[in-house]
Design a protein around this ligand. Structure first.
Ligand code: SAM
Length: 308
């Protein structure tokens, strides 16, 4: 029987610490999660212009892959998630920090967070795993809980990107092979085009500053109650810092290599060879770590991983 609610799916995927890490970034490895977490944390901090005193919220914080890397860079970090198991893992990974609040969500609402209380908010790899009604409700909640002048970073899958389309086709083909008398997986990957994603944000009451769209992900930075001068200032800042925020087409190609390995379409050895031909860029190193990690975790499937 297909799970019919978000919590059941994500609790099942996070029964222990390593399972939770696998669910958040496909790694199943503390070392890889720290590497991908640090990379994503830098991107988020730049997108929302994170300051040392900021109160920041992560919607769908999972195992605190990103939060663990941001908690020392802000005044207060709050992580909320639909899955009690994820929140337990996040708590263990954040032990020793006293500027942290963790909350289990009961429904698509941030009712435990006061209105106008947050300087910043973000959500990574979460809004793509829910129905559009829930995506919109959460954007409305971000609009409610941000202070005037606050900023948020949110993302979902980009259907209009060539790799985004290929990712969507994995979902289409999976459903095509599935039992159609069952409901679809509630946590399946869902996709938008940039105009649709921006429309939800605008109708939720947020000012859309930018939607980066050159990769399989739509990366949107929004603000609350920004006057024209501040909007222009933030747009200029985001344009200047684009290379630190926007995923590149190369990042999309690397991601495709990773999902080909995950879905069994290619052997990690072949993917790593293709990565070698992509040069020495930091994102290539990040995906090399991820793909090597996938190989190390499953020697029965792929054979013994290389020594080095
Ligand atoms: C792929 S993980 C990403 C976790 C984290 N943001 C990261 O990037 O490491 C998706 C997370 O979203 C949470 N989630 C899924 N559906 C949700 C919902 N409807 N409301 C709140 N959290 C949800 C899951 O429990 C899971 O922790």
């Amino acid at each position: 029987m297909t799970d019919t609610n978000y919590r059941a799916v994500w609790d099942r995927r996070s029964a222990d610490d390593l399972a939770a890490l696998e669910a958040v970034d496909n790694s199943g490895s503390e070392a890889v999660a720290r590497a991908t977490g640090a990379h994503t944390a830098d991107m988020v901090a730049t997108a929302v212009d994170l300051g040392p005193d900021d109160a920041i919220l992560e919607l769908g914080c999972g195992a605190a892959r990103i939060g663990r890397e941001l908690v020392g860079r802000c005044g207060h970090w709050t992580g909320v998630d639909i899955s009690p198991n994820m929140i337990k893992v996040a708590g263990r990974r954040l032990e020793g920090h006293d500027n942290v609040r963790l909350e289990v969500l009961e429904r698509t609402s941030l009712s435990m967070i006061d209105s106008d209380s947050l300087d910043k908010a973000y959500s990574v790899a979460v809004l793509c795993h829910m129905d559009k009604e829930d995506l919109f409700l959460y954007l409305r909640e971000i609009a409610r809980t941000l202070k005037s002048g606050g900023l948020a970073y949110v993302e979902t899958w980009n259907l209009a990107d060539p790799v985004g389309w290929q990712r969507w086709m994995y979902e289409v083909n999976f459903w095509d092979r599935s039992d159609h008398s069952e409901r679809k997986d509630v946590a399946r990957n869902q996709f938008c085009v940039a105009e649709e994603f921006a429309l939800y944000a605008e109708r939720a009451g947020l000012d859309v500053l930018v939607v980066f769209r050159d990769s399989p992900w739509l990366q949107m930075v929004v603000g609350k109650d920004l006057d024209a001068a501040r909007r222009e200032q933030e747009r200029n800042r985001l344009a200047e810092q684009r290379s630190k925020i926007a995923h590149t087409p190369l990042f999309g190609q690397l991601f495709l290599e990773a999902i080909r390995v995950i879905y069994g379409d290619t052997h990690p050895k072949q993917s790593l060879r293709r990565l070698d031909a992509m040069g020495d860029r930091p994102e290539v190193g990040l995906y090399r770590t991820l793909i090597e990690g996938l190989w190390e975790q499953d020697p029965d499937r792929y054979g013994p991983p290389p020594e080095e």
